[in-house]
Design a protein around this ligand. Structure first.
Ligand SMILES: NC(=O)C1=CN([C@@H]2O[C@H](COP(=O)(O)OP(=O)(O)OC[C@H]3O[C@@H](n4cnc5c(N)ncnc54)[C@H](O)[C@@H]3O)[C@@H](O)[C@H]2O)C=CC1
Ligand SMILES: O=C(O)C(=O)Cc1ccc(O)cc1
Length: 304
C-alpha cells in the first residue's frame, strides 16, 4: 500500500510543474485530495478539463484552506505575492513549499509573509522540459531526477523528512542544501546553459536574411538542441535571471574568460589547447552517463 504523506495538497500555479506534481501525486497515492488555484481563468478551466485536481479556485487563499501541504508552482517572480495572498489562510502545521529554479530570492520574497505556525520547506525539482502550461505535465517527469530542498537550519526535521518522502514517492532522489549553494550550482548547470542557448539562437536570428535561411535549412543537431532550450518559457526564464543575478554574473564572468582563451587558441592556431579541453569535456560527458544523470533527452518521447 502506497504511503499517504498529506491529506490535502494545494497547488498554486498549474503549469508544467504544477500539473506534473498533480499527476504524480494522484498516481503515487501520496495525497488524499488536490486543490488547485491559478491566476488565469482559462488555465484553471483547462486544469479542470484535464481532471488534474478535486477542487478549483480562482483565489489562492481559498485553495490553501484545509491543506496540510501547499506548493507554489508559479514563476519565481510571483512567489512573494502568492505567499502574501495565502498567508492568512494557511493551516497550522502545514508544509509550505515552492518549485522555483532559484532559491535564495524566493525565500527572501516568501518567508516574511509566512506565519510561524507553518513549516517552510523550499524546493526545486531538477526536472523539466521546454514546454509550459497544464497540458505539458506528466507523472513521470520527476522519476530518477533530483529534487533539492533548501530548508532553513531551524526547520523541523520531521516536516522536512515528510516532504522528502512525498517527493521520493514520485521516484525522485532528494538532497538538502543551503539556498545559496543551490543557486551557485544551478547557475552553472542550468541557468548559464539556458542563457547561452537564448544567445546563440538570437545571434543566428540576427544574421542577414540570406545566411539566416541557410542556418535553419542546414541546422545540425548541435544548433537544434540549442533551439529546444531557447524555446523555454520567456516569463519563467526572465524571472530566473533577475532573481539569481549574483551567481549567474559570477559564472558568466568565468565563462567569458574561458571563451576568450578559446578565441585566442583559434586565432593563434593553438591546437593543443583546443584538443586538451575537448578531451576533458568528453570525459565529463562519459562520467555523467555512467552515473545515470544523462538529461540530454528530457522530452521522454512525448508527442509534442
Ligand atoms: N519548466 C521547467 O522546466 C521547470 C520549472 N521550474 C520552476 O517551476 C515554476 C513553474 O514553472 P512551469 O510550471 O514550467 O511554468 P508554467 O508557465 O508552465 O506555469 C506557471 C503557472 O503559474 C501560473 N501563475 C503565474 N503567475 C501567477 C500568480 N501570480 N498567481 C497564481 N498563478 C500564477 C500560470 O497561470 C501557470 O499556471 C517556476 O518557478 C520555474 O522556475 C522548476 C523546474 C523545471
Ligand atoms: O529542458 C531542459 O533541458 C531543462 O533544463 C529543464 C529544467 C529547467 C529549469 C529547471 O529549473 C530545471 C530543469
Amino acid at each position: 500500500m502506497a504511503e499517504r504523506f498529506f491529506e490535502r495538497l494545494a497547488l498554486v500555479g498549474i503549469g508544467l510543474i504544477g500539473s506534473s506534481i498533480a499527476l504524480a501525486a494522484r498516481r503515487s497515492g501520496a495525497v488524499g485530495t488536490i486543490a488547485i488555484a491559478t491566476r488565469t481563468p482559462t488555465t484553471l478551466a483547462r486544469a479542470e478539463e484535464l481532471g488534474l485536481g478535486d477542487a478549483y479556485f480562482a483565489d489562492p487563499a481559498e485553495a490553501v484552506k484545509g491543506a496540510d501541504c501547499v506548493i507554489v508552482c508559479t514563476p519565481v517572480g510571483a512567489c512573494g505575492l502568492v505567499a502574501e495572498a495565502i498567508a492568512p489562510a494557511l493551516e497550522r502545521g502545514a508544509v509550505v513549499s515552492d518549485v522555483g529554479s532559484v532559491k535564495a530570492a524566493v525565500i527572501r520574497a516568501m518567508a516574511p509573509h509566512l506565519p510561524e505556525h507553518i513549516h517552510f520547506v523550499p524546493g526545486h525539482p531538477i526536472a523539466g522540459t521546454e514546454h509550459s502550461g497544464p497540458d505539458a505535465g506528466f507523472a513521470e517527469l520527476f522519476r530518477n531526477r533530483w529534487t533539492i530542498l533548501t530548508p532553513a537550519e531551524t526547520a523541523d526535521p520531521a516536516a522536512v523528512e515528510r516532504f522528502a518522502g512525498f517527493w521520493r514517492s514520485f521516484g525522485a532522489h532528494v538532497d538538502t542544501m543551503s539556498a545559496e549553494h543551490h543557486d551557485l550550482v544551478l547557475a552553472i548547470t542550468s541557468h548559464l546553459p539556458h542563457l547561452i542557448a537564448y544567445n546563440i539562437v538570437g545571434t543566428a536570428a540576427d544574421l542577414e536574411s540570406g545566411i539566416r535561411s541557410e542556418v535553419l535549412k542546414y541546422s545540425a543537431s548541435g544548433f537544434r538542441d540549442f533551439t529546444r532550450i531557447a524555446a523555454s518559457d520567456p516569463t519563467m526564464w526572465r524571472d530566473v535571471f533577475l532573481n539569481n543575478r549574483e551567481a549567474v554574473l559570477e559564472m558568466l564572468g568565468r565563462f567569458n574568460e574561458d571563451l576568450s582563451r578559446l578565441q585566442r587558441a583559434i586565432r593563434y592556431g593553438d591546437g593543443e589547447t583546443l584538443y586538451d579541453l575537448f578531451s576533458r569535456t568528453r570525459a565529463i560527458r562519459r562520467s555523467i552517463i555512467e552515473i545515470g544523470q544523462d538529461t540530454a533527452a528530457p522530452d521522454f518521447g512525448r508527442p509534442h
